[in-house]
Design a binder for this molecule. Sequence first.
Ligand code: GAR
Length: 219
Amino acid sequence: MSRARLGVLVSGSGSNLQALLDACASDGFPAEVACVVSNVPTAYALERARAAGVPAVVVDHKALASKADFERALLGVLREARVEWVCLAGFMRLLSADFLGQFPGRVLNIHPSLLPAFPGLHAQRQALERGVKVTGCTVHFVDAGTDTGPIIGQAAVPVLPDDDEKSLSARILAEEHRLYPLAVRLAVTGQVSLDGARTRVAAQATTGELALRSPGAPK
Ligand code: GAR
């Protein structure tokens, strides 16, 4: 079976990109990273892509006159690489409904909170400020809102009394790296589908892994 071609959009360190690259390099994974696009020319994620032998392209929004120009350039790169699915991995730009319409039901994002709590920027800081005891990460389909699209999977982590943004982010990131490849696998194999504001996961899929799991909780 041919593998789904992913375009991964990044803005920063790219540790989630790395998790996807590693998953794609493992036996039997149903997807491959066809290209990586960063809107930030200095993003470390670009190095990770090159090290994995994946085309790494910069589309710098600051160098383009408008959001429409930015998205046109982005779309050109993704089309050229024959991308079928788009994965946002620490990509810090909002995409328009027009752009999303080019990949209907095929744009995924990972966010470092248990959505719908704490959308937008600095989700970990928001969680600390609000004093929640549990937070986590979410993989969801992208719609035109900010972190509002149908949820595919979530993983929970505790917030500990001494946490700062750095320690909490690291604990969440470890779960992101596990959850994102799992969600991509289910999405590209058609085991998760859109159903209005939510998703349905096929009965044979490992749904338990999509709703996880404070360390120490029963596996
Ligand atoms: C991750 O925590 C990701 O969930 C978050 O940015 C970080 C990127 O790290 N994304 C968002 O906040 C999007 N709203 P990475 O570059 O190491 O993957």
